[in-house]
Design a protein. Sequence first.
Length: 206
Amino acid sequence: MYARSTTITGTPVNADRGIVYIRDRVLPAVLGMDGFVGLSMLADRHSGRCIVTTAWEDRAALHRSANEVKAMRARAAETLGGPSMVEEWSIAVLHRVRPAPEGACARVTWTRGRPDRLDSMVDAFGVSLVPRLEDIPGFCSVSMLVDPTEGRSATAVTYESREAMRASLDRATDLRQEFSRLMGAHLLEVATFDLAVAHLHVPETV
């Protein structure tokens, strides 16, 4: 499965308007597209930065949808009041233990490593880290998107509330540092978001 993420560096005052647009206009439109399997929107209401990710059952569906969503992406950027950046990924890991409730939040970690070690990193993540994430109170799900050519990954861990996400900080930091060290991956960024929209039917990959 594959995903397209659009990161829009908007303004805080426009964040809620952008959420409404994605929820009420974009989601109904992509639901009818061939091969569509999910949409999520992460929003940082303090900075205005938002990430909208659509998931597709194969690469062909991802590419077929490109022209159809182009105008919606431009409108989303206009609504949020900032430029957009588009990235394509493979969905390497998707694991849920419970649906994310209203008020759920996510901590996203971006890393870069050697492309030739990416497969072993994904395997190790599923075997060693996912079970330990499950033990963290408030954990809902984890996904890992990868760019095999560049050796990059984006891992989102979703918690049932901002309080649960804050309480997980020390354990999550220890796990992230341990894993990055063992796999030789370079940490690029860690950021937190509200899970503003979630409509996902992506099958489990762990």
